[in-house]
Design a binder for this molecule. Sequence first.
Ligand SMILES: [Zn+2]
Length: 302
Amino acid sequence: MPELPEVQTTVDGINAEVKGKKITDVWTDYNSLFHAKKDNIKNPEYFAHFKKDVVGATIKRASRAGKNVLIHLSNGKTILTHMKMTGHYMYGEYFFNGTMWKPVPKSGPLLDPYNRHIHLIFSLADGRHLAFADLRKFAKVFIFDTDSEKRIEDLMHLGPDPLSQEFSYTLFREQLLKRPNWKIKPALMSQDLIAGIGNIYSDEILFAAGVHPVSIVSKIPEAQFKKMFKTTVPLLKKGIDFGGDSDSDYRNIHGEPGKFQNKHNAYRKTGEPCPKRDGGTITRLMVASRSAHFCDRHQIKY
Ligand SMILES: [Zn+2]
């Protein structure tokens, strides 16, 4: 699932490629009975309103809130996209073949199998498209009045953002200690405590800090708390510098994979020797129904 670095990479891509462009049409084949009556484009009735709101508007800029992409429009509306498991936006030239949308170019990254399965596409005034690929179709997309951002359920409970000015050691510790009896891995991933961290980066943060994923938050010593804080921001920035993580479906605005998956020390390295050469082995364990990967030697359980 895209985490802070991948979502930021998409936001930067939208700002670089589609900012200032006018939306001339929008199409979707998301349609789910489960979402009937819900404020989500998977409900066809809602999509009809969504279409009225976006067609004719210009994309002012994109921003990120936790793992959500926000696309702000010239008409005072904002489109929220949570990419969930497999969603990603791409900019390029597409055509509709009567059944599905396909890229016009006959070669290049847009033809990557991970970039098929276009389920939402905005036609732009430059003749090109902002296309959303989503193999598993778990993404969430809806529109709201930009000035009501603070009252949107999906945004109002988000914890502090690690890349924001306010993010300090004191705040980091204070937020995690709101769940003193939780295991550290799910606490780091809890969006209401700290926004943007998921499965990959939590594994890498805990590896770097030498903390076992099942350690109880309140039992972690101050020194290890400081190590976790010190590794969090650099690791997330490293993820952005490497263009995000494409261990799974994530691709950037050009349909290209990122490279952070080549930098993992722990995530999905099960059975490999610890890169610290301490004699430990990377081990996989289910923690709060997610798989944690950690070194069984240097990551200490508190
Ligand atoms: Zn180790």
